[in-house]
Design a protein around this ligand. Structure first.
Ligand code: TMP
Length: 241
């Protein structure tokens, strides 16, 4: 293991490495690897880590300005940011504005239909089980979640959706769907965590419909980094002028 300037390495996932700093915060180091279909497909993309740190930072700071708390503290360098160390909930919260991806497949409907109101779904965070779709009741009966926390997750996720939809719209991008993760502070507050990037969102050009996100890699739709950079550059322009 190579020595880290950030602290003790505590976890390595498919796209990130986590370190715990001496002061008790976390450092998220973004790798250049992309995986899809539970890591059946894997490839390195030079610049991806840097790009996703940049976009996540911009979006977390924008959400803070809208009164939505997250674990994000500050960018440390091109490849990493510092965050609070939250107790993560084992739930992937997916919000969908437009029918696409696994839901379109499951319903055997063509993607692109507007979902009104937006949907909020829970998936169990477990690579081993392939992140299965679960109901509130399943999360309560089997996975230690409370009904109160699950309603808070839905309210927060839909608030995040309203803010993100608006900023992407100004950038000429349709936010079709995305995945969020949340954690708890020692006080028991539920706070947005993880990342918000083209790895975890479906983002389509508003005019041409071109897919700019990780579906480019999943379905070989074109150069990944061209889409990723287009998203970050446009969002940065809207936020920073
Ligand atoms: P899905 O349509 O495949 O269920 O994906 C819904 C959204 O969640 C999509 O924007 C991509 C994102 N997502 C992740 O961030 N991680 C995952 O492991 C999966 C399957 C989807």
């Amino acid at each position: 293991v190579k020595p880290s300037p950030y602290g003790e390495k505590i976890y390595e996932g498919k796209a990130k490495i986590l370190y715990r700093t001496p002061k008790g915060t976390l450092v998220h180091y973004f790798k250049d690897s992309a995986t899809a279909f539970n890591a059946e497909k894997k490839q390195e993309f030079s610049g991806k880590g840097e790009n996703n740190v940049r976009l996540s930072g911009l979006l977390f700071e924008y959400l803070h300005s809208k009164g939505i708390r997250s674990h994000f503290l500050k960018a440390l360098d091109e490849r990493s940011f510092e965050s609070l160390d939250l107790k993560m909930l084992p739930v992937e919260v997916v919000v969908r504005n437009i029918l696409a991806g696994s839901l379109a497949k499951r319903l055997k409907e063509q993607e692109g239909r507007v979902l009104n109101p937006p949907l909020c779904e829970f998936y169990l965070k477990s690579d081993e089980k392939g992140d299965p779709l679960v109901s509130d009741d399943i999360l309560i009966a089997l996975y230690g979640q409370s009904a109160t926390d699950l309603s808070k997750l839905k309210i927060l996720a839909l608030q995040v959706n309203e803010s993100l939809k608006s900023i992407f719209d100004k950038a000429g991008i349709t936010l079709a769907d995305f995945k969020l993760e949340f954690g708890k502070t020692p006080h028991g507050d539920i706070v947005l965590a993880d990342e918000i990037s083209p790895d975890t969102c479906r983002l389509w050009d508003k005019v041409t419909g071109e897919k700019l996100d990780k579906d480019r890699f999943r379905f070989d739709l074109g150069d990944l980094m061209t889409g990723y950079r287009e998203i970050s550059d446009r969002v940065e322009k809207v936020l920073r002028g």
